[in-house]
Design a binder for this molecule. Structure first.
Ligand code: ADP
Length: 365
């Protein structure tokens, strides 16, 4: 059996899956929480894995900057580069790095591959990735849109092409990855053409606890008027905004139940969430021209027929006709939820980031 160990190491948790690459099935999955020391976490993981013999380890790394556009075999120089990218992802890259170091100590003789969340979006044109700011600041501090959720968007784009019976490099569409974190991606001929997250995962859609798009002047306004520090504002926009900030609940299921029970605060938040997604669907159709499909994925996209319905309301003039019956079916299959005859397809495709990391790792080694 060709097994790839996929490791997603955060600052205080380590998630792992042992994936059989031939059957594309995870034979073991694990989550170690409240990690104080990554070496100890890997000792525990090795025990849990028993006598499993992976042939390689694939590591999720959040930020690959402009340098990494492909999965990359990890050597000392790559470790240093990931470390140097930490200012761009202070909440993620240090934890990813600690996991890689511990995994290399646990499996010194296996190839270790870094699969970057940003890599898939390195195909974006400058018109998508540049911000219209002072060019000197832009280049000195590498300020640009990088985009995230790359493993998910890449996996889902390929699956969407499969469902539509097209070669992957002929699929053009809009992917909506709606989970705790959420991002939209405009796919042109199988490649990322634009995406809603930016320099960091804060930009774009309304998320569980992140604001998504705001007027950047709000930051200076809060600093002056509310006497908040930069760190306080950063924490507020990342951890106490989005659904949580608007309603007190970060989980969309809770917000929907409250709205169903007549809570106007919750209903208003659902409207803001759905309208932001609509905004990106419209923008990306304008950028791409004719599209094959709008695709829903991740926790909210795969499971919440209510949110899908809210988002797709009144988009018939764009050729997007939702079937209410198909939309309300719940299952784990890739499926169409469009009405028969809808000019543009509407799909639900379960994502699998770990499998994508395993596939990319296996392809490299
Ligand atoms: P992550 O971004 O952490 O990987 P997921 O993609 O698993 O998260 O999405 C998690 C979110 O999906 C939850 O916070 C919840 O709001 C939402 N979710 C899951 N199931 C449903 C459902 N049936 N209805 C509405 N929202 C759901």
């Amino acid at each position: 059996m060709n097994q790839i160990l996929v490791v997603n190491s955060g600052s205080s948790s380590v998630k792992y899956q042992l994936i059989d690459i031939d059957s594309q099935v995870a034979t073991t999955t694990g989550l170690i929480e409240r990690v104080q020391n990554h070496s100890d976490a890997f000792v525990q993981m090795l025990t849990e894995l028993g006598d499993a013999k992976p042939v390689a380890v694939g590591h999720r790394v959040v930020h690959g900057g402009s340098r990494f556009s492909q999965p990359t075999l990890i050597d000392d120089e790559v470790l240093l580069a990931i470390d140097e990218l930490s200012p761009l992802a202070p909440l993620h890259n240090p934890g990813n790095l600690a996991g890689i170091r511990a995994a290399k100590a646990a499996y010194p003789h296996l190839p270790h591959v870094a699969v970057f969340d940003t890599a898939f979006h390195q195909t974006m044109p400058a018109s998508s990735f540049r911000y219209a700011i002072d060019a000197a600041l832009e280049s000195k501090f590498q300020i640009r849109r990088y985009g995230f959720h790359g493993s998910s968007h890449s996996y889902v784009a390929r699956k969407a092409a499969e469902v539509l019976g097209k070669p992957a490099n002929q699929f053009t569409g809009v992917i909506l990855h709606l989970g705790n974190g959420a991002s939209a991606c405009a796919i042109k001929n199988g490649k990322s053409f634009d995406t809603s997250m930016g320099l960091t995962p804060l930009q774009g859609l309304v998320m569980g606890s992140r604001s998504g798009d705001i007027d950047p002047a709000i930051i200076a306004y809060l600093a002056r008027q509310a006497s908040m520090s930069i760190d306080e504002i950063d924490a507020s926009l990342n951890k106490n905004s989005g659904l949580l900030g608007m309603t007190g609940d970060a989980d969309l299921r809770d917000v929907i139940s409250r709205s169903d029970a007549g809570d106007q605060v919750a209903t208003d938040a659902l409207d803001v969430y759905a309208q932001r997604v609509k905004h990106y669907i419209g923008a990306y159709i304008a950028e791409l021209g004719a599209i094959d499909a709008v695709v829903f994925t991740a926790g909210v996209g795969e499971n919440s027929w209510q949110m899908r319905e809210r988002i797709m309301r009144k988009l018939e003039h764009l050729g997007l006709e939702l079937s209410n019956d198909a939309n309300q079916v719940t299952n784990r299959e890739a499926r169409s939820i469009a009405r028969a005859g809808s000019r543009v397809q509407i799909l639900v495709i379960p994502t699998n980031e770990e499998l994508e990391i395993a596939i990319q790792t296996a392809a490299l080694i």
